[in-house]
Design a protein. Structure first.
Length: 180
């Protein structure tokens, strides 16, 4: 690579970094940096919620729905360390499986659950439905949630037709966001 081309590329990255300083939202800043070929430093990784060991069959005899080892669930628009305003738009991504509504038994599918400030998950029980465990049993792939100002953790987990995590569990990284 010639020196003047490399210098121009470095100048573009430096310019993108200077523009980021004025961005109000880290997620916007990350998108801006990616667009301009730069990188953005995010907060330190958040430790995941404690997850009980998943078993293929529950004590009741219920056989958990199998998930491919490569299945992944992730946030499409938020990153660890993002600063946002409420209501918070949350996009759900899924690869290696498909989305089906709750109650629909179809191999290779499940539906999303959003965990808000959850420290522990029972991988062998139906996920509760409350303010901390939000169910998206109609097959939704995004939502908007009202969160109080402050720091919150978010994590996604896929549930089967009966809201029970798959085996192995399909769960995202746990991220921390700050709501202004």
């Amino acid at each position: 690579m010639n020196i003047s081309l490399r210098a121009a590329q470095l100048g573009l990255v430096a310019t993108a970094a200077m523009v980021l300083v004025g961005c109000a939202h880290h997620d916007h800043a990350a998108m801006h940096a990616m667009h301009h070929g730069g990188m953005m430093t995010t907060a330190a990784p958040t430790s995941p919620a404690r997850l009980t060991e998943s078993t293929p069959t529950l004590s009741s005899g219920y056989k958990k729905v199998a998930a491919p080892a490569e299945a992944k669930v992730y946030f499409t628009n938020l990153r660890n360390g993002s600063t946002v305003t409420s209501p918070v738009k949350v996009g759900f991504g899924l690869s290696g499986m498909g989305v089906a509504p709750a109650g629909v038994e179809k191999a290779g599918t499940g539906h999303h659950h959003l965990l808000i400030d959850v420290a522990e998950v029972d991988a062998n029980a139906p996920l509760p439905a409350n303010d901390q465990y939000r169910h998206f049993g109609l097959g939704q792939t995004e939502t908007s949630v009202e969160l109080k100002p402050g720091t919150h953790t978010l994590q996604l987990i896929l549930g089967d037709q009966n809201h029970i995590p798959h085996h192995p569990v399909v769960i995202s990284e746990r991220i921390t966001i700050t709501v202004k």
